[in-house]
Design a protein around this ligand. Structure first.
Ligand code: PAD
Ligand code: ZN
Ligand code: ZN
Length: 375
């Protein structure tokens, strides 16, 4: 029996407040309104950005259904939807692409003004949510909310992908992989023969490593305080792995000494102010480029000596690897299917959705790279 046009009762992981576990609840998911799409989720990755909401370092209205690295199948569409239809395999886009705003029209940039990242409303574009639980409206997260058996997204925040793609793998293209890979190949524009330093070897940092290798970097120095991450980093292309805890001087000095004054490209993929500074200083003073990928703690400032930039360094950052999501996500899925890059090494754990709290424990204790939750 078709569920189109009806309220769907299903399970979702609701976060009622910060610093609390996810609570698997029975929720109602309203049908999609005009220009919206309701998706049956099949798989979703656990990303540190979701945990930033739990810890309060990323601001979101509560209660909320988080999750933003998912893949699923369209269940029904609202009026006026033309780019996807029921039965299509899709990836929700936490960084949407309206195609009409100043940024969407800019050839190089990607943070569409319709995003819900900068001043989070916790709603869809029309200012309301489609989730209710125990009679209360539940907020959206980044317009995606993938920690639910069903979710509703705006049409500008969903990409149709290859019907043959394995959703329990390509869900990583919804955030971690694309963010890291694009930060190397598209944002930094890593060049053949160059030297790179990657700070933080989680799912996103290791995807930066894959991007640096694809771009032909000759030295990829992986930096992490958890040495258990080094084997995977080497497998994916790191040429050296260093642990800041093994040195009695700042890691930026170690990197400068290792690379004749500093690397060509450095990446901060942790989300800490001190490592953002270290990554900046570890790239070459005159010709280095440093990219911020990690999400910094809310409302915290970094004090930087302008001399660090005056000498010629470039300091930049990007959301979602600089990719225009609706255009590029289907292409990245096609590239994965053509074996242009791997996703499997990033997936260390697969758990049933109901074990979401175990998935977050694995992330917090540094035991996982990516945990994929399946519905
Ligand atoms: P993760 O927690 O899996 O990986 C972080 C890694 O950093 C771990 O291996 C840690 O051991 C390591 N680490 C922690 N502290 C230090 C330190 N002081 N020095 C060196 N290494 C350290 O996270 P992730 O890979 O899922 O995400 C990484 C960051 O990227 C995080 O801040 C997340 O919010 C951000 C992110 N940004 C975007 C974007 O669009 N810019 C998208 C997705 C994630
Ligand atoms: Zn736009
Ligand atoms: Zn993410």
């Amino acid at each position: 029996m078709s569920t189109a046009g009806k309220v769907i009762k299903c399970k979702a992981a609701v976060l009622w407040e910060t610093h609390k576990p996810f609570s698997i609840e029975d929720i109602e998911v309203a049908p999609p309104k005009a220009h919206e799409v309701r998706i049956k989720m099949v798989a979703t990755g656990v990303c540190r950005s979701d945990d930033h909401v739990v810890s309060g370092s990323m601001v979101s209205p509560f209660p909320v259904v988080v999750g933003h690295e998912g893949a699923g199948i369209v269940e029904s569409v609202g009026e006026g939807v033309t780019s996807v239809k029921p039965g299509d395999k899709v990836i929700p886009l936490f960084s949407p692409q309206c195609g009409k705003c100043r940024v969407c029209k800019h050839p190089e940039n990607n943070l569409c003004i319709k995003n819900d990242l900068i001043k989070p409303r916790g709603t869809l574009l029309d200012g309301t949510c489609r989730f209710t639980c125990r009679g209360k409206p539940i907020h959206n997260f980044l317009g995606t909310s993938t920690f639910s058996q069903y979710t509703v997204v705006d049409e500008i925040a969903v990409a149709k992908i290859d019907g043959a793609s394995p959703l329990e793998k390509v869900c990583l293209i919804g955030c971690g992989f694309t963010t890291g890979y694009g930060s190397a190949v598209k944002v930094a524009k890593v060049t053949p023969g160059s030297s790179c330093a990657v700070f933080g070897l989680g799912g996103v940092g290791l995807s930066v490593v894959i991007g640096c290798k694809t771009a032909g970097a000759s030295r990829i120095i992986a930096v992490d305080i958890n040495k258990d991450k080094f084997a995977k980093a080497k497998e994916l292309g790191a040429t050296e792995c260093i642990n800041p805890l093994d040195y009695n001087k700042p890691i930026e000095e170690v990197l400068q000494e290792m690379t004749d004054g500093g690397v060509d490209f450095s990446f901060e993929v942790i989300g800490r102010l001190d490592t953002m500074n270290s990554a900046l200083v570890s790239c070459h003073a005159a010709c280095g480029v440093s990219v911020i990928v990690g999400v910094p703690p809310n409302a915290k400032n970094l004090s930087v000596n302008p001399m660090l930039l005056l000498l010629g360094r470039t300091w930049k950052g990007a959301i979602f690897g600089g990719y225009k999501s609706k255009d590029e996500v289907p292409r990245l899925v096609t590239d994965f299917m053509a074996e242009k890059f791997p996703l499997e090494p990033l997936i260390t754990h697969v758990l049933p959705f109901e074990e979401i709290n175990e998935g977050f424990d694995l992330l917090r204790t540094g035991k996982s790279i990516r945990t994929v939750l399946t519905f």
